[in-house]
Ligand binder design. Structure first.
Ligand code: SF4
Length: 375
């Protein structure tokens, strides 16, 4: 059983930590897409909130605005945005990570009309020109934030946001390692909840909880038997219910590389020299981390990183999950599946909706997958 503060932050949108932070004069900024430079949203006076939708069981209105062939993550968020469910946030930052996200941004501007709304343009390549372009986009966002929220606009303030975000990442990385030990100390569901907590509350409130947890975990190990160790890779996933179905069937998620999971929360910004250009340091971190398939020409590096993650965690198999209509992961997923198979990994590909449905079908597919591995 995890700390009640973690459980509450996972099952609600507005959590007590954000409410307290705002009551003390802080401002909370929701962000879509893992290429939003979160460090700028964790400076003094601001806190970041990774956008997700909870408790929304119909997208009737959003479907009328966005169309049914957009991924259900974007439609669920728009539905709740139009219902005013994100009123506890003081602004939103988007990266047009894919066409669906771009469409959501247009609808957000038109229907949600927030006080503060910014779009950070993101290159599709990883070369020096792309680095320079993205670095400049990050500085543009910084100027908009300092103007709107009267932040101290010095580079020291940016470095403070970097260090704070790095500290949370470091603690999450340590917890992650406890999960892929030979005798795991945490389940995939627990790590997902911890990662969602860290992405939903102010870092300065998350860090002491993560430090405490790191100590506690060293004294425990999982008691639930499991049949196989798996790595989960894929599109936006923030519903613990999906990981539950996998783990209830015996597939323990010992590592993850999915959007809105630990893939986005590891890899610190290089903060070894705070006289350096903080915007370039941030840009380099996002271009160097395990990339999203939206990044062109980076597939070999992505394949290499995912292969290494699977080997380090000694997984028995890999589960590729993607949201319906998500062509970004749809295309990459097919190529990835074949190449990982060629590297000897048993692979299961699952297409899903944003909110877990058809649990029985998923369970049957996972069951067959485990049997095919002799587990
Ligand atoms: S899940 Fe896919 S379609 Fe949806 S926002 Fe992410 S990349 Fe875009």
């Amino acid at each position: 059983m995890l700390d009640e503060r973690i459980e509450e932050a996972v099952r609600t949108l507005e959590n007590p930590e954000i409410a307290e932070f705002r009551a003390e004069g802080g401002r909370a900024i929701g962000f879509f897409c893992s290429y939003v430079p979160e460090e700028l949203l964790n400076v003094d006076g601001l806190t970041s909130f990774r956008m997700r939708s909870i408790g929304c069981h119909s997208t009737e209105v959003a479907d009328g605005c966005m169309g049914l062939f957009n991924c259900s993550y974007t439609r669920h968020c728009l539905e709740q945005g139009m219902e005013g469910e994100y009123g506890f946030l003081d602004g939103f930052v988007f990266v047009p990570g894919c066409d669906h996200m771009r469409r959501l941004y247009d609808n957000w501007a038109h229907f949600v009309k927030p006080e503060f709304l910014a779009l950070v343009d993101m290159p599709h390549l990883r070369d020096e020109d792309a680095l320079k372009w993205y670095r400049d986009e990050i500085e543009v966002l910084w100027n908009k934030l300092t103007d709107k929220f009267s932040l101290s606009d010095g580079r020291d303030a940016v470095w403070e946001g970097i260090r704070r975000t790095n500290r949370a990442r470091q603690l999450l990385e340590e917890l992650d390692r406890q999960r892929w030990l030979d005798t795991p100390r945490l389940s995939g569901r627990q790590v997902q909840e911890i990662s969602l907590f860290a992405a939903s509350v102010p870092k300065e409130r998350a860090i002491p909880v993560l430090e405490e947890l790191n100590e506690e975990v060293k004294e425990q190990s999982l008691t639930e038997p499991y049949r196989a160790r798996v790595l989960v890779v894929g599109a936006h996933l923030d519903d613990p219910g999906f990981i539950d179905v996998l783990e209830d069937t015996g597939a323990l998620v010992v590592r993850d590389a999915y959007c809105c999971g630990l893939r986005d929360q590891l890899d610190p910004v290089d903060d070894s020299d705070d006289k350096a250009d903080p915007f370039e340091a941030i840009a380099r971190r996002y271009l160097d981390r395990l990339s999203c398939p939206r990044m062109y020409g980076d597939y070999p590096r992505r394949l290499q990183k995912i292969t290494r993650m699977a080997e380090e965690a000694r997984v028995d198999g890999i589960i590729l999950e993607q949201l319906k209509f998500c062509e970004t992961w749809g295309i990459d997923g097919n190529v990835l599946m074949n190449d990982l198979k060629d590297r000897g990994f048993p692979i299961l590909k699952l297409e899903r909706e944003y909110l877990v449905s058809a649990k029985g079908q998923i369970r049957t597919r996972v069951q067959a997958f485990l049997e095919s591995m002799g587990k």
